[in-house]
Write a protein that binds this ligand. Structure first.
Ligand code: 1CP
Length: 349
């Protein structure tokens, strides 16, 4: 990309370029802590909301109207593409798969995703959001990373330990590898299609990768992720963000992924993540979502502590260290966004 002048503050931070302030967005910013989201959800169920571009775009824009956030994240779910790959998913409210994938025969039946055919509603949602949002604010497309989708597919839903999934890796390494492969190829195509529809950056959520140790991560996950990232990179120059939730012990391996931004959860100080990932690394994170329940004074101190940790980094996108809790007071989010902007204005000219 040559025309750096037209980049949003968010994209400039993703690329480590000079920027007017530290950009901020909040994981799960479009969701249940917002009264306007809850009101809309009384009229329409979650799946319908994600599959109707006008509604999904409205929900995506709800937090953008309320707060001066630097980026919108598409309202959808990491599980949404699975239906178009032949695996129906229900939400109750977490994802439920009636027939978990636990055999080579079932893996063979899974179809590679063709985003334009299977997910036109997501691409249309991105087009609407991009056309309605001002040019100085970014739109982030996203998907689940292959291992995290694998976890849900094999387990059949949420879990604390995902033992079925981790068992499948060991008992049927070939079938498990084939499943990870088709997920990786599909999610690469999905990310490219979202970028082509207008997403300014794309993010891979690896929510459950913290269940693995470094050796298992290197053996089962890293090769497929490297291919996924390379396939995205071959077709788009938009920044790629990789969030390895609970991945503090995996960072040496994560460093081998050629992504633009590494998402860091709240348990690892950003300076320590930066020391491992290298001086050119751009990080996203990582305020503890629970800090939004502290007194205003304490919250400001916690925000300042994250900014202090980020000082030596090549670039920093402020975020929580994981999704915002549904019981959070939206006024605290307003305070958070304003405080990050005020504290960092003019720091990186
Ligand atoms: O009742 C409702 O309103 C449904 C709750 C809900 C919402 C609002 C679900 C079900 N998904 C979402 C939206 C969503 N999910 C977004 C877009 C909104 C935003 O971020 O602003 C995104 C990015 C996700 C991503 C997602 N879904 C992840 C990765 C992020 C993370 O938290 O680690 C995961 C793991 C899911 C699965 C999922 N979907 C929904 C739930 C309740 C869950 C968690 C299930 C579990 O317990 O494992």
């Amino acid at each position: 990309m040559n025309d750096h002048a037209s980049l949003t503050v968010f994209e400039r931070a993703c690329r480590g370029l000079p920027r007017a302030h530290t950009p901020i967005w909040v994981m799960r910013q479009a969701g249940r802590y917002l009264p306007e989201y809850r009101a809309l959800r009384e009229e329409v169920d979650f799946l319908t909301a994600t599959k109707t571009p006008e509604i999904a775009a409205r929900i995506t824009l709800q937090p953008m109207e309320r707060f001066p956030l630097d980026a919108a994240i598409l309202f959808s779910d990491i599980m949404t593409p699975l239906e178009a790959m032949g695996v129906p998913v229900e939400f109750a409210p977490g994802p439920v798969i009636q027939e978990p994938v636990r055999s080579a025969v079932q893996v063979a039946r899974i179809r590679e995703l063709v985003p334009e055919e299977g997910m036109p509603f997501v691409l249309d949602t991105i087009r609407i959001v991009r056309s309605e949002l001002s040019a100085d604010r970014a739109v982030i497309g996203f998907t689940g990373a292959p291992f995290t989708l694998f976890c849900y597919l094999v387990e059949g839903g949420g879990s604390k330990e995902f033992m079925w999934a981790r068992r499948f890796l060991r008992e049927e390494p070939e079938a498990a590898g084939a499943l990870l492969d088709v997920l990786g190829r599909s999610m690469a195509r999905y990310m490219v299609a979202q970028a082509e529809a207008g997403a300014n950056a794309v993010m891979l959520f690896d929510s459950w990768v913290g269940l693995l140790g470094p050796a298992e991560y290197r053996r089962f996950v890293l090769p497929v992720l490297k291919r996924t990232v390379a396939e995205i990179r071959a077709s788009t120059d938009r920044p790629i963000i990789y969030f390895a939730n609970g991945g503090a012990t995996l960072l040496e391996a994560v460093k081998e992924l050629e992504v633009d931004v590494y998402g860091i959860d709240w348990t690892l100080p950003l300076s320590r993540a930066g020391a491992t990932l290298g001086s050119s690394a751009v990080l996203q994170g990582n305020l503890d979502p629970a800090a939004l329940f502290a007194s205003e004074e304490d919250l400001r101190a916690s925000i300042d502590a994250v900014l202090e940790e980020a000082k030596g980094l090549a670039g920093h996108v402020f975020n929580l260290g994981h999704g915002i809790n549904r019981h959070t007071d939206p006024d605290r989010v307003a305070l958070l966004v304003d405080h990050v902007h005020e504290r960092t204005a003019g720091s990186f000219a």
